[in-house]
Design a protein. Structure first.
Length: 423
């Protein structure tokens, strides 16, 4: 199957080629939202009030920062009109929805809640039983609930800065230099990873996306002299060259391998997209299973019932203004699923590291422990709290200090005067 598409120009080697990009022309946002009734807790109001009181700082110091910093970095080589325009109200609306509604999680038996029947308004469906996962804004019973909630938001935003916002791009940028070139085949995976091989664990394997050799799509332009990622069959492109000029060298119109030796882009449509980069067949499959077309097909509440993220992963980065919340919702989903729920166990079965527990400890300690942000960064980038993680080629994270700086920048933008800002 191929996704609905409109043409976009993607450069590969020394030629320009028209490839389809999954950018539907009609709104993809489900008018009924998640299908779950909102749940509001008393301390949420303090979080929303604080964010809205600092919306100008969030917009200017964070969401629009790429336009300022990249212009000074790239000068005339930057097309600022191609940078992603991240907006406060898209962030705020998506966050509030994922806090109050979240997403439905099917339950095997017992418990759960009813949800509205889309085919018969006013009637409640009895099956399937569902629970829900939400973005964590602190425990209602805790005295510091609002503070914990705000720091969870700040931690999410700081990682979003590193993953997408500071780059001014919803799509992952080609940046893994191999032997002096940027291989176009980096769309298959950067820094030793193979995105189509980032599969789910055995107990979640039924969720992952299938890989189709004839899928074709291209990332959005990114304002840089670097060709956006694309994927296409080897029938269309037997090989791919370099994506741009590196260190004064001309583009190479011959096979240029990435770190894994790939010189083609067949089945390589799973690069990172969204505010907290969704990448790999497992992450896209889970997004589709919980929020996309598969949830709707299986009779569960679906925020995007008309989007099959396994067929149209580029829908996350749709250029349509009506769809601008998807990049935020997908990032928040990944945060809830991969980071917020993260627990590591020791050899005796005891809890070794828990995100929610460490978040509370971090807030109680005055937000000065950089090791917490380092561990969160490790989870986001490599999948475990203590990089280097299994399956990741490379040693310790190279941008840990940058991500800590983004966290401090976010705290300042949110008007949170903590000790970390003076340390």
């Amino acid at each position: 199957p191929k996704p609905p598409s409109v043409p976009t120009t993607v450069l590969t080697s020394s030629m320009a080629t028209t490839l389809p990009a999954a950018s539907p022309s009609s709104p993809m946002m489900d008018a009924s939202g998640s299908g779950l009734q909102p749940r509001r807790e008393e301390h949420h109001a303090a979080v929303w009030a604080h964010l809205n009181a600092n919306k100008i700082g969030i917009s200017n110091q964070l969401l629009r920062s790429a336009h300022r910093t990249l212009r000074s970095l790239h000068g005339n080589n930057l097309d600022a009109g191609e940078l992603r325009n991240y907006a406060y109200y898209d962030f705020y609306g998506a966050l509030r929805s994922m806090v109050e509604e979240g997403y439905a999680v099917p339950m095997m038996a017992g418990g759960g809640e009813q949800f509205a029947d889309a085919d018969a308004p006013g009637r409640q469906q009895q099956q399937p039983l569902v629970a829900r996962n939400v973005f964590y804004l602190g425990d209602l019973a805790g005295e510091d609930a609002a503070a914990v909630g705000l720091i969870n938001v700040a931690t999410f935003l700081s990682q979003a800065m590193a993953e997408s916002i500071a780059a001014g791009s919803c799509d992952e940028i080609n940046e893994d230099v191999v032997d002096g070139s940027l291989p176009a085949s980096n769309s298959c995976g950067q820094f030793g990873r193979s995105y189509q091989d980032m599969t789910c664990s055995d107990d979640e394997k039924f969720m992952e996306c299938d890989v189709y050799s004839d899928m074709e799509m291209g990332a959005n332009p990114n304002g840089r002299p670097v060709a956006p990622f694309f994927c296409a069959s080897t029938e269309r492109f037997p090989f791919t060259g370099s994506a741009d000029y590196i260190a004064g060298r001309a583009p190479v119109d011959a096979p240029v391998p990435n770190q894994n030796g790939r010189t083609d882009v067949e089945g390589c449509c799973w690069w990172g997209r969204g505010t907290i980069s969704t990448r790999g067949v497992c992450q896209y499959g889970k997004l589709n299973y919980y929020l996309g077309a598969r949830a709707a097909e299986e009779g569960r509440p679906a925020r995007y019932p008309n989007i099959d993220f396994c067929v149209s992963p580029q829908a996350i980065c749709s250029p349509q203004r009506q769809d601008s919340s998807i990049e935020w919702v997908s990032g928040l989903f990944r945060w809830i699923d991969d980071v917020q729920s993260y627990v590591s166990y020791n050899g005796d079965g005891g809890v070794e590291w828990s995100y929610v527990q460490k978040l509370h400890e971090f807030v109680a300690g005055g937000m000065t422990d950089g090791l917490f942000i380092h561990s969160v960064s490790s989870i986001v980038t490599q999948g475990c709290y203590n990089a280097p993680c299994p399956g990741y080629r490379g040693e310790q994270m190279t941008d840990a200090g940058v991500r800590w700086s983004y966290f401090l920048q976010v705290l300042e933008a949110l008007g949170l005067p903590v000790k970390a800002l003076q340390s």
